[in-house]
Structure formats: structure tokens, C-alpha cells
Design a protein around this ligand. Structure first.
Ligand SMILES: [Cu+2]
Length: 120
């Protein structure tokens, strides 16, 4: 194979990895009023994965699980003591209340799916 093409492919791959780990994670979704926030569970990522919510107020997260693998079956909010089973292909509303300002992580049971609630 032409080494130039290999180099280009390598660069592209690096770019993709950088985008995946940095840029795709910095996107923030903000809660608007009492509207549920939809979180897509698919391909190993929560979309959105970073959600800004008001501190001390209940917020409704609507999980839409598309990933049928067992990895995606739970959503755990360790620091909030919340654990739910997500049905496949059916939205599930989860109401959580971050008690104070700070970051609250939510993950699948293996911590491969990861998301963060940013309470302000
Ligand atoms: Cu998992």
C-alpha cells in the first residue's frame, strides 16, 4: 500500500479519537424549565453526555435505550443513590434531584457508558 495513504489514514484516526474524547464530551445540554431531557443510549455513549441542570430541583431524564447489549441495561447515579433498568426501545423517565451544585456522574453498571449532570 502507498505509505502516504497509510499516514493519512493514521492522521484521520488520531483526529477522530481526539474528537471523540475531547470535543464530543464538551458539548453541554441545558435543562429548560420542567421539560424532560432526552438521553439516547446507543453505541457506547449517552447523547447528550453532559447535562446542565438547576441544583436542588427535580429534573426528568428520559432515557431512550437503543443498545440491546446487556452493557446498556442499567443507569446508575451512584452519588444520588438511583439505579434504574432501561427497557429496550421504550423511553423511561427518571427523576433525580441533585441536592447541591456540583457534578454527578451517571453510568451503566460496568461504567462504560458515562454521563455527567452538572448542577448549578
Ligand atoms: Cu456497560
Amino acid at each position: 500500500m502507498n505509505p502516504m495513504i497509510v499516514n493519512l489514514a493514521g492522521l484521520l484516526l488520531i483526529g477522530l479519537i481526539v474528537w471523540w474524547f475531547w470535543l464530543s464530551r464538551t458539548k453541554v445540554t441545558r435543562a429548560v424549565g420542567t421539560q424532560p431531557i432526552e438521553i439516547l443510549v446507543s453505541d457506547g455513549v449517552y447523547t447528550p453526555a453532559r447535562i446542565e441542570v438547576p441544583a436542588g430541583k427535580p429534573v426528568t431524564l428520559r432515557f431512550l435505550r437503543q443498545d440491546p447489549s446487556p452493557c446498556a441495561e442499567k443507569a446508575l447515579f451512584d452519588s444520588l443513590g438511583v439505579s434504574v433498568d432501561l427497557p429496550i426501545g421504550k423511553p423511561l423517565d427518571v427523576v433525580v434531584t441533585p441536592p447541591e451544585a456540583g457534578e454527578y456522574e451517571f453510568t451503566c453498571q460496568m461504567r462504560m457508558y458515562r454521563g455527567t449532570l452538572v448542577a448549578k
